[in-house]
Design a protein around this ligand. Structure first.
Ligand code: ARG
Length: 585
């Protein structure tokens, strides 16, 4: 099945050539879903855009296009409005036939891409020995969803965790480890450092206060870089401990990711310096090796240097990113590299990419994208903190969401006089709690800040995960009530669209592919949330207006199929957001 909009675009391109000759071949027909159903389903503004080029009034251009436009199999006769908008209304027979195809296809009418791209999604990427914070939570949730969507479309996706597992901070961590846990390195048993955040804070405090400790830490960095066995073992222990804590979060969130931290690129750093040197980009500035950046200036208005190698020989976050970038292109053969981090790192990536481009490391076929996101705020609009002012531990945050979902559920069960097993309750609470957190994050335009509110995200009303989950449950309820296996209507079932709500639902179902294509371009998962929210609303409107089980044939079957398609689309769409559905809740 070819997406409707893609087919219409093709027809427009043919009409443009037929009407105005070959020089218009490849002209973008500027075809968009109509902003208001009053104007039909799709609208093209191409006539207005061609007035100058063709030296004709837009209305005349529109008329010539329409005369040559062959869309009678898809649409009612096109109409022209205002100065020259061309409006299209999909035909009922076409919609019905499309729905039948969607119903018969396990991928809901979305064929996998013919030209998949080798894509890297660099996301989550917390730092060893520091607790994952809400920023990493956003990166994890958004990056995972982007990866899921691109995978579903057929791209070949590598999910990379660019862990902060290397750098000078290990000097103080290892020194503290050796002094505070002297047995750690000699006993075979995994050591339990307990809360790593506390450990980090202790090390940091000693580093800030104790001159001798600072010196020991500095030497420890040198030892680690030189490959000293004991130092490496200590480093390894610290990493392992952190992974365990991160993995706990990934398990809760159902995240798959490959760990490939900064340390991985450590052996490649000297070559970065050599090659930049050879490219004539490196300048010595106060003992450090730098590249002076175009378009970036410091406070005094002078060109800003990007430090590649510090005067003490150490490397920076940016150096590692340069090495990673090159590795991903040369070894991973990535064609699209997507970095999911907070908006604050936008300049960092601009700078790294500029240097890589000037060094000629980025072929034209490779696309680099930063996917920035805003800050998570508390209900007071300030940075999200616990009541005592500490950063919120992700584990606590997720546990709290689940426990609140549990309380809500118990209240509802009591109100409805329902008895459910412990297993049911804990499963529902976990799914609802975790999906509420994910959905609240994903449904925002990621570039803006958003306010974290348990009450809002767990509400059964509004654009929330529970609302969508409930729409799905409602549909499962129809099949339970009617004793009908909805999947029996696999192929060739009657589809009849009569009521307005039915038609609106059908059209919305058929635009699923358009949403996914848009996200493939701009990597905005909130589009999918909005789509699924509207799908649930349209289903609820349909279900309120149109009897399903009580309807006569062929409406009855047609409406069951429509309901089933809605459920399948909800399930698939939610899966792309990393959210599982519930059969009952
Ligand atoms: N570890 C970094 C942080 O916590 C994020 C890494 C993002 N990825 C990258 N390739 N720089 O801010």
């Amino acid at each position: 099945m070819n997406s409707t909009i893609a087919q219409l675009k093709e027809r427009f391109e043919q009409a443009l050539v037929a009407a105005f000759g070959d020089e218009l071949a490849g002209t973008d027909p500027i075809l968009v879903p109509a902003s208001n159903p009053k104007f039909g389903d799709y609208q093209s503004n191409v006539a207005m855009s061609l007035t100058k080029r063709l030296g004709k009034p837009p209305r005349a251009i529109a008329e010539a296009i329409v005369q040559n436009l062959e869309v009678s199999d898809l649409c009612e006769p096109p109409t022209i409005a205002g100065p020259g908008f061309i409006n299209l209304n999909l035909k009922l027979t076409y919609l019905e036939q499309q729905l039948r195809q969607m119903q018969a296809d396990a991928r809901l009418g979305i064929p996998p891409l013919k030209q998949p791209k080798r894509t890297i999604v660099d996301f989550s990427s917390p730092n060893i020995a520091k607790e994952m914070h809400v920023g990493h939570l956003r990166s994890t949730i958004i990056g995972d969803s982007i990866a899921r969507i691109l995978e579903f479309l057929g791209h070949d996706v590598l999910r990379i965790n660019h862990l902060g597992d290397w750098g000078t901070q290990f000097g103080m961590l290892i020194t503290h480890l050796k002094q505070a846990y002297p047995d750690a390195l000699t006993t075979a048993n995994a050591l339990a450092l307990g809360d790593l955040t506390t450990f980090y804070k202790q090390a940091k405090q000693r580093f800030d206060e104790d001159e001798q400790f600072r010196e020991q830490s500095r030497l420890e960095v040198v030892a680690l870089q030189a490959g000293n066995q004991e130092s490496l073992r200590a480093w390894h222990l610290l990493c392992e401990q952190s992974f365990l804590a991160f993995q706990e979060i990934y398990d809760l969130l159902d995240i798959c990711i490959t760990n490939r931290g900064e340390s991985f690129y450590n052996p490649l750093l000297p070559a970065v310096v050599e090659d930049l040197e050879a490219a004539g980009l490196l300048v010595e500035d106060q003992g450090a090796k730098c590249v002076f950046l175009d378009g970036f200036t410091n406070k005094e208005g002078n060109p800003l240097p990007l430090i590649i190698q510090k005067s003490d020989g150490g490397y920076n976050y940016a150096t590692t990113d340069l090495a990673a970038l090159r590795y991903r292109i040369q070894q991973d053969h990535a064609e699209r590299i997507i970095y999911v981090t907070d908006a604050g790192q936008a300049n960092h990536f601009m700078q790294v990419w500029q240097v890589a481009r000037r060094a000629n490391w980025i072929p034209d076929s490779v696309e680099l994208v930063h996917v920035p996101f805003g800050v998570v705020q508390g209900e007071d609009g300030k940075k999200f903190k616990t009541r005592s002012g500490d950063t919120v531990r992700l584990k606590d945050l997720l546990d709290e969401a689940v426990s609140r979902a549990r309380t809500d559920l118990e209240t509802r069960l009591q109100e409805e006089g329902r008895q459910e097993s412990e297993e049911f309750k804990s499963h529902v609470a976990e799914v609802v709690g975790i999906s509420a957190v994910k959905y609240a994050d994903l449904s925002q335009n990621r570039t803006s800040n958003y306010i974290f509110s348990y009450d809002k995200m767990l509400s059964l009303q509004g654009n929330t995960a529970p609302y969508l989950l409930y729409a799905y449950v409602r549909i499962q309820g129809i099949s339970r009530k009617g004793g009908i296996d909805l999947s029996q209507f696999a192929t060739d079932c009657p589809i009849v669209l009569q009521e307005e709500t039915e038609l609106a639902l059908a059209k919305h179902l058929l635009s699923f592919d358009e949403v996914l294509s848009a996200i493939e371009e701009d990597l905005m998962p909130n589009r999918l949330c909005q789509y699924l929210f509207e799908l649930s609303q349209k289903f609820n409107q349909f279900y309120d207006r149109c009897p399903v089980l009580q309807a006569e044939e062929p409406q009855r079957t047609s409406r069951l199929v429509l309901s089933h398609l809605t459920a399948r689309t909800l399930k698939q769409g939610l899966a792309l957001l990393g959210i599982a559905v519930l059969e009952r809740m």
